[in-house]
Design a protein around this ligand. Structure first.
Ligand SMILES: C[S@@+](CC[C@H](N)C(=O)[O-])C[C@H]1O[C@@H](n2cnc3c(N)ncnc32)[C@H](O)[C@@H]1O
Length: 345
């Protein structure tokens, strides 16, 4: 595994031999045979990565066959995610999160959200311990920000943070938000979509709660290209492909949909190991009211009750697969220390 990861630069490939400069629009007919244009920006605090990203834009995985967004990955369910965070919340801020999602990544990921007024009404969905909310309240008055999460254990940590004291902190479900239609100026969700059983429904809700001209910003992982990382990703939770994010946004009715890639400083443009955080996707709501997209009943309304032993087995396998991703930052950090600067790792 280690040796194949060493050739990580190959992992970000141009589409069918084309090369796209940083931030340039590329023709999406390359992906779906349709004619439309998508903007991809590449963000990283690392100057080496900036050099790499000028030449390279889309990972190989983006051109493979679409797969079902709701296939049963073991932690991509509300109940499993609830129990996962029952335990993970204990060490989330100090141990797990810093390896995958640093403060500079967060701030770069929030830039496309365009938080340009302190008076904006902002909802942070799947806000957890409030790590991303801390980035939001740098730009927006805390009293205008609502943090929503399905995990009371995660929210209890957010409530302890001084800068978030004036935020509204509430329990709720990303797929069924307790906000009025046309309520918020900005919808932010960081690192949560991967747990939603029906991401399209969550993005449709993002559309509904925004005001006309409001912007949604979803920060999430990207599907890895390295086979072992894919294997564990598919057992663990949802790692969407970049074009899946775009498609969900467009189907929900968003316009001006853009993707900005994010990665930690030691990332150096490599994607096949499958980092947890990968991109920040934004879209603008063009007309007020509900999303034009019609969906059937929620996944959990269709699911039969699960035998507790089956639940436990699935949960444990999912947690073990997640363990692989907990190791990646340590492995990559060590490589960053060893491999000479300027070379991909
Ligand atoms: C990786 S944490 C991200 C927390 C925070 N946004 C941050 O930036 O650190 C994912 C969060 O999503 C929450 N979550 C998962 N599924 C959810 C759902 N259906 N509705 C609301 N929150 C959900 C989890 O409880 C967890 O707190």
């Amino acid at each position: 595994m280690a040796s194949s990861m060493l050739h990580g630069a190959e992992n970000i490939a141009n589409i069918r031999g084309r090369v796209y400069p940083n931030g340039l629009e590329f023709n999406r007919s390359d992906l779906h045979g349709r004619k439309s244009f998508l903007k991809i920006n590449l963000a990283s605090g690392n100057s080496n990565l900036r050099g790499i990203s000028k030449r390279l834009v889309v990972p190989k995985c983006s051109v493979s066959v679409p797969r079902p967004a709701s296939q049963p990955r073991f932690i991509q369910h509300k109940k499993e995610a609830f129990w996962f965070y029952r335990f993970l919340s204990i060490a989330y801020d100090n141990v797990f999160n810093p390896g995958h999602y640093t403060e500079d990544m967060r701030d770069e990921a929030l830039e496309p959200a365009d938080l340009n007024s302190r008076d904006m009404i902002v909802v942070d969905v799947g806000g957890g311990t409030g790590f991303t909310t801390l980035g939001i309240v740098k730009h927006v008055d805390a009293k205008n920000v609502t943090v929503l999460d399905q995990s009371p254990h995660q929210l209890a940590k957010a409530k302890q943070k001084e800068p978030l004291k004036e935020c509204k902190i509430i329990e709720g479900d990303a797929e069924d938000l307790p906000f009025e239609t046309d309520y918020a100026d900005r919808y932010i969700s960081a690192g949560s979509i991967e747990y939603w059983p029906d991401p399209q429904r969550g993005i449709k809700e993002a559309y509904r709660v925004l005001k006309i001209g409001g912007k949604a910003c979803i920060i999430g992982p990207v599907y890895p290209t390295y086979w072992l990382s894919r294997f564990f990703a598919d057992m663990f939770m949802l790692f969407p492909k970049e074009e899946e994010y775009i498609e969900w946004f467009e189907k929900a009715g968003f316009k001006d949909v853009k993707i900005t890639r994010i990665g930690p400083k030691w990332y150096r443009g490599v994607r096949r190991h499958g980092l947890i955080i990968g991109c920040s996707v934004t879209g603008v709501k063009p007309v007020s009211g509900n999303s034009p997209l019609q969906l059937g009943p929620k996944v959990e309304e269709l699911r039969k009750p699960v035998n507790p032993l089956v639940f436990l087995a699935r949960f444990l396998v999912g947690v073990m697969a997640g363990g692989y991703y907990a190791m990646i930052p340590i492995y990559m950090w060590l490589k960053d220390q060893i491999v000479p600067k300027g070379q991909p790792i």
